[in-house]
Design a protein around this ligand. Structure first.
Ligand SMILES: C[S@@+](CC[C@H](N)C(=O)[O-])C[C@H]1O[C@@H](n2cnc3c(N)ncnc32)[C@H](O)[C@@H]1O
Length: 280
């Protein structure tokens, strides 16, 4: 089967790290997480994985795979909760890359929408079969025309995994406020990190992008206080690594759990949920 090329040093390349992380976590910690799609997708990509392969047994890369997996598990937990109340809701994956969380939560009646830049959606279309209740939208998230194609009549849960780090704080705020106006009763779930954490995590990416000063970028030290953007939005927030699952397994080392605590408490890594007030 022909492989699909991922260009190096482009925004689309950012989808590789979480995808490879999910594949690695499925191999190393299957009792915690399995992603049946990630391994097959990596095999279909024309991308030089040798750098990642070389480091895959290092402690930090192993931990990175847990990070990718825990974020997906947390978000899936929120989606499944929402679908209990609104089974026919639309699940919207913002900045979807090659992630198939929508499908992993499919209850047979919900709808699934995946949004990303046109070059990523082109790759996604070549690699991933859609189910009959699923659409892909090629659009910049900052151009709100994509919202015209998302039907929120039966409820909508939108999520962004590893996406808002590339946004400015004002851009995330504007997007969240627009969503809260369009989708009353809907909800937005996304991960965030504090200032110190963002500096550490993104130092290489930011350098490549020529960004020296992280002021203005989207980092959040205290989600409940700082995401208090509207009286129509209720914010809840949990620890990213240990807020939903305790990560207890014989394969998880003490040092993994210690670092997980540092991520949640010192780097302020969080999963945030914004519930939009039902205005009807
Ligand atoms: C780090 S990757 C995460 C991919 C996916 N959410 C996952 O967890 O595997 C970031 C993704 O966000 C997309 N992205 C970043 N900024 C975007 C924007 N303004 N509009 C649409 N997609 C965007 C990138 O193209 C990329 O696919």
């Amino acid at each position: 089967m022909e492989k699909v090329k991922i260009e190096k040093n482009t925004v689309q390349e950012t989808l590789i790290v979480p995808l490879y992380g999910r594949k690695m976590c499925s191999e190393k910690f299957p009792e915690i997480y399995t992603d049946i799609f990630a391994e097959k997708l990596c095999d279909r990509l024309d991308y030089d994985f040798s750098e990642l392969e070389k480091k895959k047994n290092s402690f930090l890369y192993e931990f990175g795979s847990l990070e990718a997996a825990m974020r997906q598990l947390d978000i899936m937990w929120e989606i499944k909760e929402y679908l209990k109340k609104y089974p026919k809701a639309t699940i919207v994956n913002l900045g979807c890359g090659l992630d198939e969380t929508g499908k992993a939560c499919d209850n047979g009646v919900c709808h699934i929408v995946n949004v990303d830049f046109p070059d990523v959606i082109e790759i996604r279309n070549q690699l991933i079969l859609k189910c009959e209740r699923e659409i892909n939208i090629a659009c910049d998230l900052k151009d709100y025309s994509w919202m015209d194609k998302v039907d929120g009549t039966n409820g909508v849960i939108l999520f962004a995994a590893g996406v808002f780090h590339y946004f400015k704080r004002d851009e995330v705020k504007k997007l969240a406020l627009e969503l809260s106006k369009r989708y009353s009763g809907g909800c937005l779930v996304f991960d965030s990190v504090g200032k110190f954490g963002l500096k550490l995590m993104m130092s290489k990416v930011l350098k490549n992008m020529g960004i020296r000063d992280i002021e203005g970028l989207f980092y959040i030290n205290d989600p409940i206080q700082e995401l208090n953007w509207s009286e129509n939005i209720k914010v809840t927030s949990n620890g990213y690594m240990l807020g939903y699952y305790d990560m207890k397994s014989p394969n998880i080392r003490f040092s993994h759990r210690l670092l997980a605590r540092i991520c949640d408490n010192i780097m302020k890594m969080s999963i945030n949920r914004m519930d939009f007030k039902n205005l009807e």
